[in-house]
Design a binder for this molecule. Sequence first.
Ligand code: SAM
Length: 235
Amino acid sequence: MSGLLGLGRRSVLPELLDQGVTDEEARRSLGDLRFANRWLGGRRGLLAAVRPHLAPGGRLLDVGCGSADLAAFLRRRLGGGVFAVGVDVKLRHAREAAADVRVVVADVRALPFPDRAFDVVTASHFLHHFDASELTSVLRGLARVARRAVVVTDLRRAAVPLLFGHAFFPLLFASPVSVADGLVSIRRSFRPPELRAAFADAGLPDVRVRSLFPYRLVAAATLQAVAPLGEGGGR
Ligand SMILES: C[S@@+](CC[C@H](N)C(=O)[O-])C[C@H]1O[C@@H](n2cnc3c(N)ncnc32)[C@H](O)[C@@H]1O
C-alpha cells in the first residue's frame, strides 16, 4: 500500500507555508496547526520526553516554533518557572506567538545563542521541512545549543494518516494551505529508522525513537556531557 501511494521514500515536494503565502492565509494556517497540536495528538508524548531533562527553573528552546503554542503548553505543564524561548525564521509567525514565550526570529542554521545555552531544545513538525542532505547540519545546530537533551517530534510516514488526511483535512482545517501542507508533510515525514539514522549521522547516537498514537514519532537524544537529573548532575 505504502509503495502504491508513493510513500517508499521521503518526498521532496515543497510546503506552501515555507514558500510564502498571504498574511491572512499564514494566520489561518497557524491556527490550524494549533488545532492539530491540541486535538490530533502529539503534545503528551512531547511533554513526557522533555520532562525527565528539565528541572524547575530550567531553560527550554523550541525551534521552528510557529506560533509557539507547544512551547507555551510545555511551560504551563512543566511548571516551576521554566524559561521558554521560541525561534522561527518567519517574523509573521513570531508575531502570532503565545504571550508567555519569548520569540526570536532566526534561522536554525544560525541560532543566535551560545553553546549549551538551553537545558532542552525541542523541534516539532520541523525536521521534515529539510531534505536528507540538510538533516545533519540542522540536528547539529539544535545539539550545539542544548545542554541535556534534544527532543524532536514529527509525523510518521504511513498510508493510514495520508488517507485520513485526504478524507478529513478539508473538513478539519480552515485554510487550504493547511490541507495541502498537511498532506505534503506526511509525505516528507519519517520512518523510525530514518530518524534514528539522522541523529546518528549528526553525532547523536544516544537517541530513543518512539512511535506514538496516532502516527507520531518522538526522538529524544540525551547529551553525554551532563549527568542525568537526580544523579548528581543538577544545575
Ligand atoms: C509546520 S510548522 C511547525 C510549527 C510548530 N513547531 C508546531 O509544531 O505547530 C514549521 C515551522 O518551522 C519554521 N521554519 C521553517 N524553516 C525554518 C528555519 N530554517 N529556521 C527556523 N524556522 C524555520 C516555519 O516558519 C514554521 O513556522
